[in-house]
Write a protein that binds this ligand. Sequence first.
Ligand SMILES: [Zn+2]
Length: 357
Amino acid sequence: MAECAPPDVDSGSGKAETILEPRYAMELRRHLLTAEMLEPGTERVIHTSIDVRIDPLTGHSSRILPERGLMPANDFDLAAFARENQPRCPFCPERINSLTPTLPPTIHPEGRIARGEAVLFPNLHAYSPHSCVSVYSPRLHHLPLEDMTDRLVTDNLRTQVAYARAVMAADPESRWASINANHMLPSGSSLFHPHLQGIVDPQPTTQQKMLAAVPAERFESYLKAERQTGERYLGNTGRVEWVVSFAPIAPAELRAFIKGISSPAELDEDLVAELAHGLMLALNAYAEMGFQSFNLALYGAPVATDGYPLNLRLACRSNLKAFYRSDSTLLERLHWEGAVDLAPEMVAERIGERFRA
Ligand SMILES: [Zn+2]
């Protein structure tokens, strides 16, 4: 057990150990577990370590497993698949105006919100009274993550911010806004054409509720601890701080925090551009790591919620291929427990350079 533990392990006994990091602003809690078994064929005793970590904000737990190739790099011909499904795509230029719905005049008189190349319209398959989709561009039916640019991400976020503001002005009860993405089919997207999704709702989702209940000081202490350890801290792009999650619920999970605002509706133009830049850096890094599918959630609380920093989670999903392994297993879906074989510290090492450049 001891050989797989970091230097500041509390040398407790038994199967579980709590690793205390008392010199930091907050205790980042971990328990090291060991599985013992006999190797097939040799009957030799072998051990596997499981690093169970507790998320400092919501208290959920996550299991960091030894690297075992659970997330293979993309080898699927996405461009060919894009050409195959493009003729039926409702978000492409030939069909977007005839096949997508328009916003009611009370929300936006022009029906669709456009910024640069990005276009936003209601989600035909609504998840909420106010549920929208925004494409990066009707012409970009296939948008590999290495081709995400500041401009594309900024303009798409701008449509979402305009939407959140318009909805809140028309329907003040709908105070909980989020900006999200299912990118590529493994992430839950039913359409290939890349897009963001916005939800503005009178009720928070489970995670929005849990995060909004976190005391302001805990956000502060978490970020302070991550700045001090440096192992997972990616950087501060100005007003947005980025870290790799200590206890990820999904592979290569990053979190970002924006102090001083609590809702996407409060993002000004400069902040949108800064946030988009960080997202672009992260998505380009995902591409370099071999990933092409991701989920994003920017968890808004009501405007001006005291002490709540607007924050996001961004994580990779398995790559598309026939008979692929989903990264969302019985643990994530039914136990609400993360289980990943990409150690957060390794992810920080791979991604950090881009944020420091
Ligand atoms: Zn398309």
